[in-house]
Write a protein that binds this ligand. Structure first.
Ligand code: Z5A
Ligand code: MG
Length: 211
């Protein structure tokens, strides 16, 4: 078309322990970007709508059992199956906001006692997020947000181990946000960071994760 293109879209990922407010902040960011007239897609992993996602859902709800490595690979496959769509969206200049990504994959499997490098391997080469917002909360504070649900992993002791793995994965470029602040305050912080860095990222080629 004759309309000037502003470059590729930005890939934004939210990570953090259970109840840290990832889904809340994703929604708020997506709504905000829409309100200012931007194209935006909202993704979440696991994506329970696909055939692979259905198997993951059954596993999380405890209706099926899967060997630890096998479920790890399914979570990864569930991300890979959406890569063509993610790339197409970014190519079209659309913001892609993602609720959990490969870091959740590594954190939850490594928390079972598996080697972090092994856990990272299947996700190596995925689109590398431009921005990772880590919603930082202690397991204790997270529990004040109501008791954990009924799904597998929703237990305090396991969540502690997940938090420890996240600490190992965290790098300097992650944007760590205090998840105990008011949700509107957190949203403003996130939105400002994104708008500040958007132009810079839209001009650099998308990288590949852990390569
Ligand atoms: N998993 C895996 O093993 N491997 C993988 O590769 C992937 C995932 C991708 C399902 O994930 C499970 O799959 C998850 C990891 C594993 N297992 N666990 N546990 P999920 O994303 O479907 O899990 P979820 O239950 O939807 O999300 P969550 O992490 O538990 O919650 P959240 O999205 O971070 O929080 P929220 O829903 O936005 O908020 C939680 C509550 O706190 C809610 O009542 C809010 O109103 C409240 N809230 C939010 N923000 C605030 C602030 N700022 N102040 C006060 N209260 C707040
Ligand atoms: Mg959530």
């Amino acid at each position: 078309s004759s309309v000037a293109r502003r470059g590729r879209g930005i890939l934004v990922v939210f990570e953090g322990c259970d109840r840290s407010g990832k889904s809340t902040q994703c929604r708020m960011l997506v709504d905000y970007l829409k309100s200012i007239g931007r194209d935006v897609a909202h993704l979440r992993f696991p994506d329970r709508t696909t055939a692979i996602g259905q198997s993951i859902n059954d596993y999380l709800q405890g209706t099926t059992e899967l060997e630890d490595h096998a479920i790890h690979l399914l979570f990864s496959a569930n991300r890979w199956e959406s890569v063509p769509r993610i790339k197409q969206l970014l190519d079209n200049g659309t913001f892609v906001v993602v609720d959990r990504y490969a870091f959740s994959g590594v954190a939850f499997t490594a928390a079972k006692g598996y080697d972090v490098t092994w856990c990272k391997n299947p996700d190596r080469g995925l689109p590398d997020p431009d921005l990772i917002f880590y919603l930082d909360i202690s397991t204790k504070d997270a529990q004040t947000r109501g008791s954990y649900g009924e799904e597998r992993y929703e237990k305090a002791e396991f969540q502690e181990r997940v938090a420890e793995i996240y600490e190992q994965l965290k790098s300097n470029d992650w944007k760590v946000v205090d998840a105990m602040k008011d949700k509107n305050e957190i949203h403003e912080e996130i939105r400002n960071t994104l708008l500040e860095l958007e132009e810079q990222f839209s001009k650099t080629p998308l990288k590949r994760l852990w390569t």
